[in-house]
Ligand binder design. Structure first.
Ligand code: GLV
Ligand code: GLV
Length: 322
């Protein structure tokens, strides 16, 4: 018999077809994430799981999944997977790094510019009568030219963001990262700094790091206090990296100039959340990888991870569980 796979969302037809070649496929067809109870029920006799970042895969899920050998998440982030538990069950894990780097970097730059140059605020003003006349100070915000750009987390995505910002004639590129990146230093002139230096020097601070037990809440009250009053803060990684209540306060008190967020806590952000009331905050609904061809590629890579994993072969993008 073919191995069985549960897919927690409808994905590209092409990817589903490849999966169906070698597997018995069941997928959750709803427009919303699979309800927890459905996931627990459906995972019971499956050999593999293709999941999304909206699915929490923890001890409870694994307990129901007696037959599970392979998990592939259609995401680069894997903070929704309890890797300790997964390792105990000797389950292999695939994810989708690389393929979404360019789309994510692109959206990050768009969000940065939308925030600094106040695009949504300006657009709203133009439509609602707030546009009286061209005016010297009206809707002004910091430009990238001559700015110091700081990147927290200088991996694949952080480096692609940097590459895209350099042509804006920035003055200095600094980064904070666990390890040094000598190649990026020589090709981009990037300078590695301490976390405090990053906070103190950045005109634009872009968060591109993974959410782990080391990075959770790293942008806390002390961090926002160290930043420039004129700084623009951009996060396209995970909301958990930020103490969000402190970010709200920093924005309300104008201790920083603005924030552009593609990720927050929780998601979706409740409509009455104070972040939505702030003019100096631009909020995107977690769409950084949402380029059409990127999502298609992520689906196909996830399928390839499942197929290889079930065959007992090395996955094209396998996560090392240490
Ligand atoms: C998106 O946030 C991803 O992790 O792929
Ligand atoms: C702006 O429109 C200018 O001409 O400076």
């Amino acid at each position: 018999a073919k191995p069985s796979v549960y897919v927690t969302r409808e994905i590209n037809k092409e990817a589903l077809a490849v999966l169906a070649d070698t597997c018995e496929v069941t997928f959750w067809p709803g427009p919303d994430p699979v309800p927890r109870s459905e996931l627990l029920k459906n995972i019971a006799h499956k050999d593999a799981l293709l999941c999304m970042l909206t699915d929490k895969i923890d001890a409870e899920v694994l307990q129901c999944a007696k037959q599970l050998k392979v998990i592939a998440t259609m995401s680069v982030g894997y903070d929704h997977l309890d890797l300790k538990e997964i390792k105990k069950h000797e389950i292999k894990v695939g994810y989708t790094p690389g393929i979404l780097t360019h789309a994510t970097a692109e959206l990050t730059v768009a969000l940065l510019l939308a925030t600094s140059r106040r695009l949504f605020e300006a657009n709203a003003a133009a439509r609602n009568g707030g546009w009286q006349a061209w005016s010297p100070f009206w809707m002004t915000g910091p430009g990238l030219e001559g700015a110091t750009v700081g990147i927290a987390g200088f991996g694949r995505i952080g480096q692609e963001v940097a590459k895209r910002l350099i042509p804006f004639q920035i003055k200095k590129l600094i980064y904070f990262n666990r390890s040094q990146k000598p190649e990026a230093e020589s090709t981009m002139g990037a300078v590695r700094v301490t976390f405090d230096e990053l906070l103190q020097q950045s005109d634009f601070l872009v968060v591109c790091c993974a959410l782990t037990s080391d990075t959770v809440g790293m942008f806390d009250k002390a961090a926002f206090h160290k930043m420039k009053k004129t700084a623009i803060f951009v996060n396209t990684s995970r909301g958990g990296l930020v103490d969000q209540d402190e970010l709200v306060k920093a924005l309300q008190e104008e201790r920083i100039a603005g924030a552009g967020l593609d990720v927050m806590t929780p998601e979706p952000l409740p409509l009455d959340h104070p972040l939505f009331k702030l003019k100096n905050c631009v909020i995107m609904p977690h769409i950084a990888s949402a380029a059409v061809q990127t999502r298609a590629g992520m689906a196909m890579l996830s399928v390839e991870n499942i197929v290889a994993g079930l065959k007992g072969e090395k996955m094209p993008s396998e996560l090392t569980l240490d």
